[in-house]
Every structure is written in C-alpha cells, then in structure tokens.
Design a protein around this ligand. Structure first.
Ligand SMILES: C[S@@+](CC[C@H](N)C(=O)[O-])C[C@H]1O[C@@H](n2cnc3c(N)ncnc32)[C@H](O)[C@@H]1O
Length: 214
C-alpha cells in the first residue's frame, strides 16, 4: 500500500469523528441510538465534501457520511477538522449493514449521492435504491423522514422513482434537470459532489428526487 495511504489510514484511526467498526467491533455496539437528536446521513459519501457542506447548512444536525472506502473518506474527515465542524461524523461500513449502526427511527434525512448505477439486471439488487435497501432505510428513518437522491444516470433515476413508489414512499419532488435555466434551489445547486462536478463538465443532466416515508 502506498505510504501516503497508510499515513491517512493511521490518522483516521486517531480521529474521534471517524468510526471504522470493521476495524473496531466494539463501535458497532456503541453507535446505535447515540448520534443525536437530529440526524442526517449521506450514503455513498465518497470524498465526503457534500457531507461537510450539509453540516455547514444544517448546524443543528449531526451529519454522518457513510462509505466503505476509507481512502476517499479521509478527505472529508480532514476537511471537517480543518473547518472546525464538530457535528460531522464518518462511518466506514457497508451500507447493507446500516441498520446495525442506527436505532429504529433515529434518522431524519438520508441523502444518496451519485450511487453506482449497476446497470445490468443481474446486479440490480446492489443498487442503493433497490427494494432491500429501501426496507433498511424505512427501519432507521423517523416517521415522515426523507430520502434525497441525486444522480446523473437516467435509467437508475427512473428505476429509483418506481422503487420508492412501490416501497410506499410519498414522492415529494422529481427533477430531471437540477441546473435547468430558470430553476433556483441553493441546496441543490450550490454544492457539488466530486462525481457531480465531473458529470457537469461532461454536460450531463443531474436528476434529483425527494421521497418521504409514511
Ligand atoms: C460513484 S461514487 C460517489 C461518491 C460521492 N457521493 C460523489 O458523488 O462524489 C459511489 C460511492 O459509493 C460507495 N459504495 C458503493 N456501494 C457501497 C456499499 N454497498 N456500501 C458502502 N459504500 C458503497 C463507493 O465506495 C463509492 O465511494
């Protein structure tokens, strides 16, 4: 492993706002039910810049970036320290295991930002908006809790809108071009994730959906 990566991993082990329960099994028992009175979770947070941006916008919430890739997560975890945001956490786990780390009805909002589309039918169950994942989100969301999805991928977006509907979520907003001329929503337009910046440069449209659990 490159020396830089080893250094980053060693740093993360010391940071109290980073939870890596696959390395420290005790954390699995400690986290559920303890995140705070108002909780926002960003799934597939990658480099975590959006997690930190959410924390800046919602100072009364604990904002938790979740991803399995530690090397990407380090950047967001470092940024949170540099900016002095004490309400940011990073949780390095498989999203399949999410319900082990959150109590039932503990989470107010979930963001899913540019998840891997897994375009082949055989891999559909790995999509973060497939039925088995939506059932996990339902468990940890408070009644009336919301899921926000941002993606460039039209097929994944269409699949997800249908998937949320079938799982009983209420559709609050479906936008097929977040940056369309004349449309202004600072929350959706002012901060871009790393993948979003790349896709925007390629001229792709960004889709957004907001869904509420019953
Ligand atoms: C395409 S990247 C998007 C990263 C970031 N949201 C962005 O927009 O820049 C997808 C991320 O999802 C993470 N990921 C995919 N499936 C996952 C899973 N089942 N559990 C945890 N992380 C997952 C990957 O590690 C990767 O960082």
């Amino acid at each position: 492993m490159p020396r830089q990566k080893l250094k980053h991993f060693a740093e993360m082990k010391e940071w109290t706002h980073v939870f890596e329960p696959t390395l420290n099994r005790a954390e699995r028992l400690e986290t559920a039910g303890t995140w705070g009175p108002r909780v926002i979770v960003e799934l597939a947070c990658g480099g975590g810049n959006y997690t930190v941006a959410l924390a800046e916008r919602f100072p009364d919430s604990t904002v938790i970036g979740v991803d399995i890739k530690g090397s990407r997560m380090w950047h967001g975890a470092r940024l949170a320290l540099e900016r002095g945001f004490s309400s940011v956490r990073f949780l390095r786990i498989l999203i399949e295991d999410l319900a082990q780390y959150f109590a039932p009805a503990e989470v107010d909002e979930i963001w899913i930002t540019f998840p891997d589309p897994h375009p082949t039918l055989g891999n559909a169950k790995r999509r973060l908006t497939s039925p088995r994942f939506l059932e996990i989100y339902k468990k940890i969301l408070k009644p009336g809790g919301r899921v926000h999805l941002k993606t460039d991928n039209e097929a994944l977006f269409d699949y997800s809108v249908e998937s949320f509907r079938e799982a009983g979520f209420e559709e609050l907003r479906v936008l097929r071009d977040v940056y369309a001329e004349g449309f202004v929503d600072p929350l959706l337009q002012e901060v871009q994730t790393a993948y979003e910046q790349k896709y925007l440069k390629e001229g792709r449209k960004i889709r957004y959906g907001e869904f509420r659990v019953a």
